[in-house]
Design a protein around this ligand. Structure first.
Ligand code: CA
Ligand code: CA
Length: 104
């Protein structure tokens, strides 16, 4: 069965992923890659697996910060306070992160 990095189409799906991480993560020490990036056109994020633009968005304040930060991560790191848990940030794609996949 094939899979891809997780796609988030609405708030319920975002909350679902937050719940999974909260259930399995021992501590909030990692952020998690989702499927979106703006590699092809700066500022135009698409879900890589479906080629569809983001409809639902949950950016952290002042994100996406742009430039060379082209990949989308979901924020959990412990310095992020609770109200920002599960919000999104663009980050340099070569950064080492954990990741969330979904089965097709
Ligand atoms: Ca970018
Ligand atoms: Ca950023």
């Amino acid at each position: 069965m094939s899979s891809n990095l997780a796609i988030v189409n609405n708030k319920a799906e975002n909350n679902f992923l937050i719940g999974i991480v909260k259930e399995y993560a021992q501590a909030y020490i990692h952020n998690f890659w989702l499927d979106a990036n703006d590699i092809e056109r700066e500022g135009h994020f698409i879900w890589q697996s479906t080629r569809q633009p983001l409809v639902y968005k949950n950016w952290n304040p002042n994100e996406p910060s742009g430039g060379t930060e082209d990949c989308l991560e979901m924020l959990f790191k412990e310095y992020v306070d609770e109200q920002h848990i599960g919000q999104w940030n663009d980050k340099i794609c070569s950064h080492e992160n954990h990741f969330i996949c979904e089965k097709r």
